[in-house]
Design a protein around this ligand. Sequence first.
Ligand SMILES: C[S@@+](CC[C@H](N)C(=O)[O-])C[C@H]1O[C@@H](n2cnc3c(N)ncnc32)[C@H](O)[C@@H]1O
Length: 249
Amino acid sequence: MEEELKNNPITNSQNGVVVDDEDDDTPTLSLETLAALKEFLAEQNGPPVNAEPEEKEKEKEKKEVALVTEDWRLSQFWYDRDTAETVAHEVLTLSQPSQSQSDFRVACIACPTLYAYLKNFSHDISVQLLEYDKRFEQYGNEFTFYDYNQPEELPLEMKRAFHVVVADPPYLSKECLEKVTQTISFLTRPGESYLLLLTGEVQRDRAAELMSLRPCGFRPRHSSKLGNEFRLFTNYDPGNRLGGWEQED
Ligand SMILES: C[S@@+](CC[C@H](N)C(=O)[O-])C[C@H]1O[C@@H](n2cnc3c(N)ncnc32)[C@H](O)[C@@H]1O
């Protein structure tokens, strides 16, 4: 628990939020984002900060997927639209050879934005969201409560059941990645499943050691600007997609 708090960039203070800039390995908020947050807290019941003209906002809503508000105490940083769409397209591409999309099972570990975009693109695709935040119970039986501290406390029917697993662990610690790796091993079919891991550049060596993952050229971005460099790691060569696979030295 102590470790968890230490690794969480957001810790309680008077207004509930401070930036931990002691550890470069944790996702941190840029000054710009922090300023926006302060303004937001001050005007919590008022209009959104930097509200766009009404028409433009409505137009945007039509195309963007609606998401619940980020809870930074849970290390929630949602992807920006381009990132969510790029990763969702990749998962759909991987599902193409399958006869029927409903037989092709995708697990999203701690990445609710991806779940929402995938379902927006294709109602037929079978996606299971494994998440700690119970607000996502709204997704019915496609939501499974998941705490990375109990990496294999999952329904038995999920064992080796998924063709694609996408994970975005809440913390950048070794312990967190090791536990999420245990979950991924539980869910995947050895040598058959596609893995996509979205996390900090600082996890590069661990991702290679634990799961033989390599980074792609594509750089994930978030709606809130984070100070850390984020990467997308895969266990397969995406060809020209996702900015290609970075070559080994
Ligand atoms: C870095 S965010 C990834 C979200 C992703 N960028 C997206 O847009 O969908 C980490 C996620 O881990 C979840 N989380 C927080 N604590 C967790 C825990 N103990 N076990 C599993 N997931 C947790 C958060 O709710 C959040 O969705």
